[in-house]
Design a protein around this ligand. Structure first.
Ligand SMILES: Cc1cc2nc3c(=O)[nH]c(=O)nc-3n(C[C@H](O)[C@H](O)[C@H](O)COP(=O)(O)OP(=O)(O)OC[C@H]3O[C@@H](n4cnc5c(N)ncnc54)[C@H](O)[C@@H]3O)c2cc1C
Length: 375
């Protein structure tokens, strides 16, 4: 039996949440096992923005420095109404010393994986959690391997970081309540010749709907929208070229009914989902990972109460962030059209107010609540 197979903590899911949790535990000297269903890491990139809170907690691992070297600093947000620039938010001024970094989620995951490998932890791929039960002493799991083998694994503690459709959450019998917006959202990574400032994110208010734009690399932009034919409605026109990736998704706002049951905790999308506006999903998952690692390492030293504290610490944060992002999304999505015409007058004025600018800055930076590891 290998050292990792005897690890006291098993993490289900090697997305950003699971990778970060494994890294933080390894940093505290805790042996950890991390599994993922997929044969290869994901190459498509959902999250693009790494926020200052994430950089703070990844500082000691050296990953923050690499993210800042590879990524691009985002200088601010420009709001357009159709073709007209109607408001500007200066992130450099509002968030001094707190960089917002644009980097693809795939690269962030790759940097976390590398740091984990340097600490001797390898992701066990093509390994799926199928079932889980716990008693007072341990968690017993059924894992399915690619060669058809079934393994009975045990661990003292488990983190379900297995995404929005979490098997761990289902096995715990927890509800995932909330709502889903009715419309489809589309996403493109597309070559674009445009005069828009590539160092800023762009929000475009349309007669019906909304567009978000951010430059990924020279000449390639991420465009996300709930409007009809948004590529034909980009501000300043521009020349649309090759599409590198296209995807359609729905936006839900949901919370797991509990963040921890006994020896099994949930983190990241397994515990909470919300719209990408505000760029919080991946960042909040990495923050969950940090708090989980501190609580789990202490729990292994004898105080299982620390797992209950994980839930006490994270549930109010999840609730507050999901509620706020849902409200911001309702304001900006610009559907139905009758609401869009009011939004198009009100939103540019609102975002000029210093208090609203501060609110937006603390939301995007992830600094809208203290980072606590003790209740
Ligand atoms: C369009 C879009 C844009 C976004 N932009 C941002 C942004 O700018 N900033 C931001 O912070 N967030 C953003 N997000 C959200 C972000 O992508 C997610 O919040 C993030 O991926 C969640 O990470 P996770 O590790 O919790 O889950 P996931 O990334 O979903 O990873 C879960 C992992 O678990 C594995 N798994 C699942 N089931 C099992 C099982 N039974 N056994 C073993 N493994 C399993 C999966 O293979 C997967 O690798 C965006 C999302 C979208 C859709």
């Amino acid at each position: 039996m290998t050292a990792t197979a005897r690890a006291p903590v098993l993490i289900v899911g090697a997305g950003p949440t699971g990778l970060a949790a494994a890294l933080f535990l390894a940093h505290r000297g805790v042996a950890v096992r991390i599994i993922d269903t997929q044969r290869e890491p994901s190459t498509t990139s959902k999250a693009l923005m790494v926020n200052p809170r994430t950089l703070e907690i990844l500082h000691d691992s050296g990953v923050a420095a690499r993210i800042m070297t590879e990524g691009m600093r985002v200088a601010g947000i420009r709001m357009h109404r159709g073709d007209r620039l109607v408001a500007t938010i200066d992130a450099l001024e509002l968030l001094p010393g707190q960089p917002l970094i644009a980097l693809s989620q795939a690269r962030t995951e790759a940097l976390l994986t590398e740091a984990l490998q340097q600490r001797g932890v390898m992701v066990e791929r093509e390994t799926s959690l199928q079932a889980l039960q716990q008693d007072t002493d341990r968690v017993v799991m059924t894992l399915h391997h690619a060669d058809g083998r079934e393994e009975t694994a045990t661990a003292a503690l488990v983190l379900g970081a297995d995404g929005a459709r979490s098997t761990v959450r289902q096995q715990l019998g927890l509800a995932f309540e909330g709502t889903t917006l009715p419309e489809n959202w589309q996403l493109w990574d597309v070559a674009l010749r445009t005069a828009l400032d590539p160092h800023c994110a762009h929000m475009v208010l349309l007669a019906r709907g909304f567009i978000f734009m951010l430059a990924l690399e020279s000449g390639v932009w991420r465009v996300v929208s709930n409007a009809d034919d948004p590529l034909a409605q980009l501000p300043g026109g521009g020349e649309v070229g090759r599409v590198a990736w296209q995807s359609t998704f729905r936006i839900g706002h949901r919370l797991a009914s509990r963040a921890c049951v006994g020896r099994v905790a949930l983190g990241g999308d397994a515990a909470h989902i919300h719209s990408p506006l505000g760029a919080r999903g991946m960042n909040l998952g990495i923050e969950d990972a940090w708090v989980f690692a501190q609580c789990a390492a202490d729990a292994l030293d004898g105080s299982l109460q620390r797992m209950r504290e994980y839930a006490l610490l994270r549930e109010p944060v999840h609730h507050q962030v999901v509620k706020k992002i849902a409200a911001i999304t309702r304001l900006f999505r610009g559907q139905p059209a009758a609401l869009a015409s009011i939004r198009n007058i009100v939103a540019p004025q609102l975002v000029q107010l210093p208090a609203v600018q501060r609110l937006m800055a603390t939301t995007i930076s992830g600094m809208d609540h203290p980072l606590r590891v003790h209740p």
